[in-house]
Design a protein. Sequence first.
Length: 262
Amino acid sequence: MLIPLYTHPTDGSWSEVVRVHASHPLVPIIAVINPSNGPGGSQNPEYLTGVRNLQNAGVTTLGYVYTNYGERSKSSVESEVSAYKRWYSVNGIMIDEMSNTQGFESYYSALNGHVKSLGMTHTVGNPGTVVPASFIGTLDCLVIYENSGLTPISELQRYRGHAAPKSAYISYGVPTLDTAFERASAAYVRWLYITDASLPNPYDTLPSYFSAEVATLDNGTSTTASGEPRNPDRILKHHWRNQRLAELEPRASRRRRFVSTG
């Protein structure tokens, strides 16, 4: 599961993630943190403690950065990546506002290389929509759907022909958890996240059915330390982003970002 955990570490949502993961330890969980639309200007002791608590509970923790669809300078983004590593020792980075326009592949491949050069092991990119095949492999995982409601299964099947399909989807504004859909969709993505929270910020709280959502994925299949499923037919799920959110326009033109509410 991929959780945009855009709340403050003292919020009960952080301890709830730890509690639910303890009940379902075989379900991998990634939590994306976002102190200030990025790492902020200095280390926050409460975030440091919160990250350590998550990691000690077995939750993989990523830091949030945005690229403004490739328009931010690579050096600015790399500086924030380095700050996350230096201040919070996160496991990796979630790269938001990712471009899906051909020509930006090397930009994201370079960011992936920078993250890995610092000893972090996970990168997730969020274009929020489908991408050309040339983007597959630029980052470890790509969010190919982020929108209101459940995505058609056909959209999740697009990349099945690739050797290591590592995609994810995020669905918000889903009032009732459809466990049958969740199980079916998990066959086609690496991570997923479904929430009943809605605009203007669907990531300032956990889903009301969070525990059931994790439990639905708990089929007794363990994973390796790197997060790879031991059973390759069983692929799991996730979610993220922050507080400021504009209307949902086509991804190429929209400028939206959710920031921590702490």
